[in-house]
Design a protein around this ligand. Sequence first.
Ligand code: SAM
Length: 247
Amino acid sequence: MSIAMTEKDFFAEITSVFKKNSLSSLLSKEKAEKFYMLTERLITENEKYNLTAITEPKRIILQHYADCATLTSLLPKGAKICDVGCGAGFPSLVLAILRDDLKILAMDATGKRVDYVRESAALLSLDGVSTLCARAEDVGKDPSMRESFDFVTARAVAQMRVLAELCLPLLKVGGKMIAMKGKNAQYELADAKKALSILGAKENKVIDVVLKNDEEEVSHPLILLDKVTKTPAAYPRPYAQISKKPL
Ligand code: SAM
């Protein structure tokens, strides 16, 4: 399958959506060109890599690009970020296109998706991105990676109690976790209270992200957590334990 939109129409659409959602200052012609190349690649490689259920360019712009772009205002210059369960590079590739100051590790347990992200980053000359095919719970045990990131991001990876154990061991004390969640975020957060306390984190805030184009409006919450104390050495546990007996 190839992209069902001309480059000119794509530029008009991404410019309009970023403007409508107060994201215009992030976009330039060069960045819009990179998004066009990424969209072509996402659509053509989707069958091979099983990357996304969203394949219509207008919805890719709104629900992938604008959605991930909303994180940029939370990330200070030069931040070191781990994107856990990056899949097709959401949010990692979008952040790297918009902000070349960020140092982003895009990590996923699925080799094909990591290959796709690495090749996309090379094609688009995104020097701030590196990739790792690994499970977050293994990386969180690695002394060279544990508690080394300023931010950990995760979009659509796991329910909060599980996600907290996958992500928080990777965060420095003083760092922030950003979970891009669905409608049940408040419930998941309440359910994860004990997990956060054991793993050394506190709720910072929940932000409702609302995004629109000229046809639809979509919304979902972001959960922000602060890492306040070191994670005890016993965590993360092996995945079978994390998922069977979440904290
Ligand atoms: N973040 C992307 C997005 O929003 O499109 C991908 C979401 S996809 C539903 C979830 C991804 O998390 C999958 O690619 C899966 O391989 C990865 N994943 C799940 N558990 C993981 C773990 N423990 N460590 C690393 N990656 C994991």
